[in-house]
Ligand binder design. Structure first.
Ligand SMILES: Nc1ncnc2c1ncn2[C@@H]1O[C@H](COP(=O)(O)OP(=O)(O)OP(=O)(O)O)[C@@H](O)[C@H]1O
Ligand SMILES: [Mg+2]
Length: 464
């Protein structure tokens, strides 16, 4: 059984109540009240997703500001509600003030019921979409593990592996494509180990020129080479007691691989130009995004070092195979960047979410993070749109535009979608944006928005 969403109708006008009761009771659980106190008590008690608020108060000496206060109070009680305000001949200034106070839409009397029906459907759709976005965000927080977000099966397996391996002292090799979170996993292992109070020292072996890598790792004594004006500890020594994270281990040149191997066997090293053997107790965690087996076969990586490093191997799955994590990660990054950029963003439009889900993500989580950061900066409305994400090559429609008519339809559809996304689903605002009347926009919606209506049904069915 589908539960009907609650609709609160606030009006002193009996004629309007009769009219709406007749039309809306089959789709909504209708609550009717005629005064302010009853309205607010219903908002508090029922938390209706949609409210139709007649702001033509019976007495004419009530100022516009006071009328708007009524709207604001309702929204304070239920900030997620979509409030449709009804006014007599609203002037532009009052309508704008109502929008600014948080109204979802402003209607002028007499209300056309078929239009109102569509507006209500869209309001419900948006309400459900926002609720879905909030749920995803709450889920992301709930499933976070040591800074890693994701609850797909591959991630659950990864978490249980980290839980088991973390507290042990064995060397670990983390493998995975670029941007999958290898460094995050290494840090998680460190935090779960007995060494967690000691340092976690990371070195990206691929980012340091070969000539400097040795002195970075092992340190040097004063005068050991031109420019060595004082003694310097290397990263290995700095990690004393803690974890040494050797990132991009596949990029270590062969001569250094020999020295690393010796250190891993003896737990002893000496600085460049030094004679003293220094004992260093560290746990080594290495990471690679290249196939080390192929490097071994090609003679670029020592097999004995590989076995030393990979007592345990933790493979990180790429984002493509972690479909259900994409909304979680997307929303988590959205909130992070929205708050950093002080933007009020509520989520992704369904189209934008769909393009996130279907993208191939060659750059994995890092690519997703960067895309969302870009989109947050570019977003104009309350939702991130497909265009903001810029995931698809827009030139793809151009080459074989069969006729002018088809090309025009395509563009028109895109523009309608863009305007709706920008106006946050508000049809009146979108119509203004497009410079067309609302009825014309409804016609265009009927022609192009089949998909949105279908999604509304899907969302409503989920409530059963
Ligand atoms: N599961 C995850 N949850 C949250 N953030 C993640 C997750 N995976 C990766 N990230 C983020 O994505 C970015 C890339 O992660 P990280 O640097 O750990 O990847 P990497 O595998 O080391 O990549 P590379 O091979 O390119 O160095 C970081 O900003 C990290 O915080
Ligand atoms: Mg890395």
């Amino acid at each position: 059984m589908t539960t009907r969403p609650a609709l609160l109708l606030v009006t002193h006008d009996a004629a309007i109540r009769d009219q709406m009761r007749w039309v809306f009771t089959s789709d909504y659980e209708l609550f009717e009240v005629s005064d302010r106190a009853a309205a607010l008590s219903h908002v508090r008690r029922v938390m209706p997703p949609v409210i139709i608020l007649d702001l033509r108060l019976p007495s004419t000496d009530v100022s516009a500001t006071e009328r708007l206060a009524y709207l604001q109070e309702s929204l304070q009680l239920n900030p997620n509600a979509k409030v449709i305000v009804v006014l007599d001949h609203p002037d532009r200034a009052t309508a704008m003030a109502a929008y600014e106070s948080g109204a979802y839409d402003v209607l002028e009397l007499p209300v056309q019921l078929d239009v109102l029906k569509v507006i209500l459907q869209r309001a419900m759709y948006l309400y459900n979409l926002e609720r879905e976005n909030r749920a995803i965000r709450e889920q992301a927080v709930a499933t976070e593990f040591e800074g890693l977000v994701g609850n797909s099966e591959p991630m659950q397996n990864l978490y249980s592996m980290i839980r088991r391996v973390g507290p042990t002292d064995v060397p670990v090799l983390i493998t995975g494509e670029s941007g999958t979170g290898k460094e995050l996993v290494a840090r998680a292992l460190h935090r779960l180990s007995v060494r967690k109070e000691a340092p976690f020292i990371a070195i990206n072996c691929g980012a340091i020129p070969e000539t400097l890598l040795e002195s970075e790792l092992f340190g040097y004594e004063k005068g050991s080479f031109t420019g060595a004006t004082q003694q310097k500890k290397g990263r290995i020594e700095s990690a004393q007691g803690g974890t040494l994270f050797l990132d991009e281990i596949g990029d270590v040149p062969l001569n250094l691989q020999v020295k690393l191997l010796r250190f891993l066997q003896d737990h002893e090293m000496h600085r460049l130009g030094g004679r003293e053997n220094i004992k260093v107790d560290v746990r080594v965690v290495a990471a690679t995004n290249v196939d080390l087996q192929a490097a071994i076969n090609g003679g670029r990586f020592r097999e004995d070092l590989f076995y030393r490093l990979s007592v345990l191997t933790i493979p990180i799955p790429c984002l493509r195979v972690r479909g259900s994590d994409i909304p979680l990660l997307g929303n988590m990054f959205l909130m992070k960047f929205a708050s950093a950029h002080k933007k009020l963003l509520k989520g992704f439009t369904p189209q934008a979410m769909e393009s996130l889900r279907t993208h191939n993500w060659p750059g994995n989580v890092r690519e997703l993070e960067n895309r969302v950061m870009r989109a947050v900066v570019m977003a104009e409305g309350k939702y991130i749109s497909t265009a903001n994400l810029a995931l698809h090559d827009s030139s793809s429609v151009e080459p074989e535009s069969p006729t002018l008519r088809v090309a025009r339809d395509l563009r028109e559809r895109e523009l309608v979608q863009w305007a709706l996304e920008k106006a946050n689903g508000n049809v009146s605002k979108a119509a203004v944006e497009l410079g067309i009347s609302r009825p014309t926009l409804y016609q265009l919606l009927a022609r192009y928005r089949l998909r949105l209506l279908k999604r509304t049904d899907e969302l409503e069915n989920q409530e059963t």
